[in-house]
Design a protein around this ligand. Structure first.
Ligand code: RP5
Length: 164
């Protein structure tokens, strides 16, 4: 199975990024985690991106806050799918990172999830890998069914309380 690369711009992003790591673990998807910065370690970020496909990665998740150029800088150096997680920072509540991550120029796509949307980033990565791995497709379907059962039970309790 291809690996998922989980890249963050700073170790201060880790509390959010850990939700993506936990999700990947739950699917038993192989992954690597790295701190690489578009601004502070640009050569290392570019080098990783250029070699990622031949290193066995299938998808790259890139999380960054503030002036968040990491996902775009990675996407500029690989044709692997790149998923951007805008990280909420204190000054502008993550809107800065959201706009920096999502507003990519035509030709260099970044699939951007919600601010701090680490779990969805991991799920999207698993969905991409499931195109060539039927066991992942089955596991994704089971997860959806379990999640729906939880909501249906909540609905039952609310209906019982208010509709009688
Ligand atoms: C971004 O700047 C990082 O992704 C992080 O979200 C933010 C702040 O980094 P630190 O100053 O906490 O290292 O590049």
């Amino acid at each position: 199975m291809q690996k998922v690369a989980v890249i963050m711009g700073s170790d201060s992003d880790l509390p959010v990024v850990e939700k993506a790591i936990a999700c990947l673990k739950s699917f038993e998807v192989p992954f690597e985690v790295h701190v690489l910065s578009a601004h502070r370690t640009p050569n290392e970020a570019a080098g990783f991106s250029k070699n990622a496909r031949e290193q066995g990665f299938g998808v790259i998740i890139a999380a960054a806050g503030k002036s968040a150029h990491l996902a775009g800088a990675i996407a500029a150096n690989t044709t692997l799918p790149v998923i951007g997680i805008p990280i909420k920072s204190t000054a502008l509540d993550g809107l800065d990172a959201l706009l920096s991550t999502v507003q990519m120029p035509s030709g260099i796509p970044v699939a951007t999830v919600a601010i701090d949307g680490a779990e969805n980033a991991a799920l999207l990565a698993v969905q991409i890998l499931s195109l060539s791995d039927n066991s992942l497709a089955l596991a994704l379907g089971e997860r959806r069914e379990k999640a729906a059962a939880v909501v249906l039970e909540k609905n039952r309790l609310v209906e019982e309380k208010f509709n009688n």
